[in-house]
Design a protein around this ligand. Structure first.
Ligand code: NAI
Ligand code: MG
Length: 358
């Protein structure tokens, strides 16, 4: 089979880190006999400069006919003074909507040797390896009515928390399927002691549980979950939750790993999927050759797992990254004393070497 990947490098360090990930994928293809085909499209600031809009029609069409999309990052100071509707980040919102991506997967994994920037104590952080699945299309962000209204002559701000049964079910099913590919433990997070929407959410998790008898399910209130993530992070496997709780918990999960440059993500829909690092375009280090490519490389591992079902190749990439870190290679953002400080290219070489060893 040939897997067609739409490649959107974007701005800032985007091209550097995506090139690095493509080198790893190409080498993996040679080693395994699987073919990947890459086709590039413009997105973000560079698309504004060259085509006048952050998501040109031809880029969207390229994505719609690809098997998966790999994205670098968009944005930068050059475009910061444009109105919100014309900025590079608008391209991201547009593509997520056009591809109907409803489940955002963000793994939080702590690597050995530990990276010192984690705010957690070593004995708490060690062994952390979970994934937060955030619903992306519904919740209080989109529910109607919304707005600022006048009530009894005073202003009142209103948002509506709303989820349909189908919106909940599709993300919950996705979460069960992800759990089946991992350690088979699902934590569903809600606030069903006070929210009607959460009561429905919990009911649907209970209904779907019957279809996934191998998965162990726990329910946590969001406030308790926020505490448990810093108290016992290594006990979680897959966490699934709605849009607003997921927004908050996924940032909390990210910070406990201590390494923005190492966090991958996947956004999945029924037909399409987009993979990108969690971090942005890092304009402060763009063009210096020191960006950490690991988040993007790990995003391609997620692509192999969730879009192409190439589990063996996905874990080969993850093991190569782990092995490379164990050997002591570090880009400046994750460097600590005694390690080998390298730039983007050398880190990529080291990961490819590790890939060849396994
Ligand atoms: P950022 O994630 O780009 O950078 C935050 C800090 O982390 C910076 O000091 C940066 O140098 C560092 N950093 C990030 N990724 C790194 C990597 N791979 N290796 C080494 N260091 C890394 O966030 P910031 O500075 O808030 O935003 C910069 C631009 O990126 C803005 O235009 C923002 O809108 C955009 N952005 C784009 C996102 C996307 O494309 N998905 C997500 C977040 C921000
Ligand atoms: Mg956030």
């Amino acid at each position: 089979a040939v897997y067609k990947i739409a490649v959107l490098k974007g701005d800032g360090i985007g091209p550097e880190i995506v090139n690095s990930a493509l080198r790893v994928l190409k080498r993996l293809g040679e080693l395994s006999g699987v073919s990947f085909e890459f086709e590039e499209g413009l997105i973000g600031g560079i698309a504004i400069d060259q085509k006048g809009e952050p998501l040109p029609q031809e880029t969207l069409e390229l994505c719609l006919k690809a098997d998966a999309v790999l994205l670098g990052a968009v944005g930068g100071p050059k475009w910061d003074n444009l109105p919100t509707s014309k900025r590079p980040e608008k391209g991201l919102l547009q593509i997520r909507k056009a591809l109907d991506l409803y489940a955002n997967l963000r793994p939080a994994k702590v690597y050995e040797p530990l990276i010192s920037a984690s705010p957690l104590k070593e004995e708490v952080a060690r062994g952390t390896d979970f994934i937060v699945i955030r619903e992306l299309t519904g919740d209080v962000y989109y529910g109607e009515p919304r707005g600022i209204f006048i009530e009894n002559g005073k202003r009142v701000g209103i948002n509506t928390m709303k989820y349909t049964e189908d919106e909940i079910r599709r993300v919950v099913k996705k979460a069960f399927e992800v759990a089946l590919k991992r350690r088979k433990k699902l934590t569903s997070v809600d606030k069903s002691n006070v929210l009607e929407v959460s009561g429905l959410w919990r009911d649907i998790v209970e209904e779907e549980k019957k279809n996934y008898p191998d998965v162990e399910v726990e329910h946590l209130y969001v406030d308790n979950c926020a505490m448990q993530i810093v108290r016992r992070p290594s006990s979680f496997d897959v966490i699934v939750t709605g849009n607003i709780f997921g927004d908050i918990l996924s940032d909390e999960a990210a910070v406990i790993t201590g390494s923005l440059g190492m966090l991958p993500s996947a956004s999945l829909g029924e037909k399409y999927a987009l993979y990108e690092p969690v971090h942005g375009s890092a304009p402060d280090i763009a063009g210096k050759g020191i960006a950490n490519p690991i988040a993007t490389i790990l995003s391609t591992a997620m692509m192999l797992r969730y879009s192409f079902n190439l589990e063996r190749l996905a874990s080969a990439i993850e093991r190569a990254v782990e092995l490379t870190l164990q050997k002591g290679y570090r880009t400046p953002d994750i460097y600590s004393e005694g390690c080998i400080k390298v730039g983007t290219e050398q880190m990529t070489d080291a990961i490819i070497n590790s890939l060849e060893e396994i």
